[in-house]
Design a protein around this ligand. Sequence first.
Ligand SMILES: O=P(O)(O)OC[C@H]1O[C@H](O[C@H]2O[C@H](CO)[C@@H](O)[C@H](O)[C@H]2O)[C@H](O)[C@@H](O)[C@@H]1O
Length: 517
Amino acid sequence: MADAQPVFSRERLDAVLFDLDGVLTRTAEIHAEAWKRLFDDYLSERPATAGEDHSRFDDDRDYRRYVDGRPRLKGVKHFLLARGIDLPEGEPDDPPEHETLHGLGNRKNALFRELIEQRGVAVYACAVDLVRRLRRSGFRTAVVTASKNCELILQQAGLDGLFDKHLDGVEAEALELAGKPDADTFVEAAHQLGCEPKRAAVIEDATAGVMAASRGHFGLVIGIDRDGQRESLLNKGADRVFDDLCQIGIESAHRETPPLLEEMALISDRLADKQPALFLDYDGTLTPIVERPADAQLSHSMRRALRDAAEQMPLAVISGRDLDDVSALVGIDSLIYAGSHGFDIRGPDLRMELPEGIDALDALQQAADRLEARLADVAGVRIERKRFAVAIHVRQVADEDLPQVREAVDQTRRSLDGLRQTGGKRLFELRPDVDWDKGQALRWLLSELGLEGPDVLPLYLGDDDTDEDAFRALRRLGGISILVSETARPSAADYRLRAPDDVEALLTSLTESERHA
Ligand SMILES: O=P(O)(O)OC[C@H]1O[C@H](O[C@H]2O[C@H](CO)[C@@H](O)[C@H](O)[C@H]2O)[C@H](O)[C@@H](O)[C@@H]1O
């Protein structure tokens, strides 16, 4: 690891998508062998015909040009056409002896599975190590492959529990996604991880794969050059090319475990003569997380601490909840509230509804209606309709029912335009597919409230993934971000407090300092 270069940064990226064959597993050689056996056998059996070329499959040149990284059917078709052979497509369940594209594709698959079962699957140790390092640093990870054998390969390689998402050829077909070099599968996987392509990286060893990632406008496209393809990978859209994944490091600017904020002195020093401006998340920050959202009531002492603080400094609550819900729960009229993750903002002299959010209202209502109907029989599901989001709570859902909920949310999102899926603590969420989050809302508030000057020190406190957007925004602005979490975990925050009680103590302490300033 000594010479690893810092390539991934949580400031710029949330997720990393890995191709399977040739990046994570050494299955490329087995694929090449299965393709070669298929084509060599087929071409030698086929009667010589004018205009056809029956020379043997070149497991380097032909492999790369026609089949590497492509869906199986396209691989068969492109190679045979290059040899002057135009077979009918046939049916997906054609048996291996049928002389159709599907029949030959199924023959190749049977050969591949046979080889894997005989020999097992070897992994690239550096790739597996990188996935583990990324996960420890808070990146979401996915395998995105045209292979329909993904699950078998990951199991054989012992990697089946390592990723947040597997998007394979079976799912791509069911969703009618075009294969690489089209961008569809990568874009879909990024969305299923709750992130925009520009905040995700792709790691690929095939030119079809780097083309796909480049067409999808991913934030970073990494090519892995295992066999002298550096120039082609760069020409087809790779931003950087490495020989191996051990060369890839993670920027150390991101701390995996923010230190506990144990002494007010730590931030008193940074406050100096500055005016603090406080931005607070609600659930998990001002109240403990509880089983039912309606039970997350603010304590009297926290309400008093908030009211006192708001007399000394600007104070806003930025929540994932609906605006009316969170303002009623806090119950202090003089505060500023941002609901639905900042799409809906209201304060004594302030009102903003993000126009792009209004455009998505119909889709949100349809999503809520469809999910209510579809999940009516799943015990424990709670659907929370907010003005600019729909949350599907699964805290009380049995583990075995979770895949059904996940699939319903995913299919609902795909059936409607203009929504994206994000997550949270034991919930799935559909939001307008707009580049707007708590970080953007925080920046908007600082500007609207005239708090952008050097004499102001913004502080943001939050506990959830959605608060990471605000932590990152504050880093750029030089503010102080504080994660509220019992345990240390990867975060862009500067410090950590353990629980809402600590938050209350910090509010009281800041209020006292300001009173005496
Ligand atoms: O941004 P926040 O103010 O933290 O809101 C995030 C979500 O909070 C609520 O759900 C979470 O808290 C519930 C009560 O403790 C808990 O039961 C649930 O599992 C948590 O996800 C709220 O209901 C959501 O709308 C917010 O998005």
